[in-house]
Design a protein around this ligand. Sequence first.
Ligand code: ADP
Ligand code: MG
Length: 228
Amino acid sequence: MQKEPVIAIKNLCHYYGKGSLKRQILFDINLEIYAGEIVIMTGPSGSGKTTLLSLIGGLRSVQQGSLTFLGEELCGVSQQKLVEIRRKIGYIFQAHNLLGFLNARQNVQMAVELNKEISQKDAQDKSKNMLSSVGLAERINYLPDNLSGGQKQRIAIARALVNNPPLVLADEPTSSLDKQSGRDVVELMQQLAKEKGTSILLVTHDNRILDIADRTLQMEDGYLVSNT
Ligand code: ADP
Ligand code: MG
């Protein structure tokens, strides 16, 4: 028996622009992602991958169709509600998006402190432990500029996973990394996700990492063409 999906998408369509400039970008997307699944999405540039990811992540309002996150409908909800949903999702982007004036620990801790109940001390410990899990115990006081691309992306992973979210969304997380660092980074995500039962949806052009997926999806011109 399958449990309730973390993400369930039915007949999702999306449009950019208004009036005569209105253009349909996503066409009738149907997709379910279950707890602990690692799903990789590939497809040419411009096919709508980032748009779909941003809708799933509550970073953009759902216009048409149904998209539920842990059973909760995102179509038609308030911005306030979307903000709450975002707190339950970890994000990893192509560029690591770390703050340059904060060290590794502070960058991770920022995410922990979104949870107002936690004490400063606990937030610090949690951030340090998470950085140790991604192999950066010796680098917690380093600024991003003094770390390699792979190390920065590992901080981004620590930040995405530190609150133990049910879902992590990663948009081309290896594209700025060399082959080995890219491989290391996704294997680390895979290992941490499997330990904690986190679902991961990862967009990539990098066919060297497809094997970490439980399932791969392909986007083409706004359609999900294979969903196996
Ligand atoms: P991918 O991530 O697969 O490269 P995107 O979702 O970024 O694709 O883009 C899909 C299409 O939507 C492209 O044609 C792109 O130019 C267009 N697009 C993306 N973002 C916007 C936006 N904010 N406003 C208008 N068009 C956009
Ligand atoms: Mg994209």
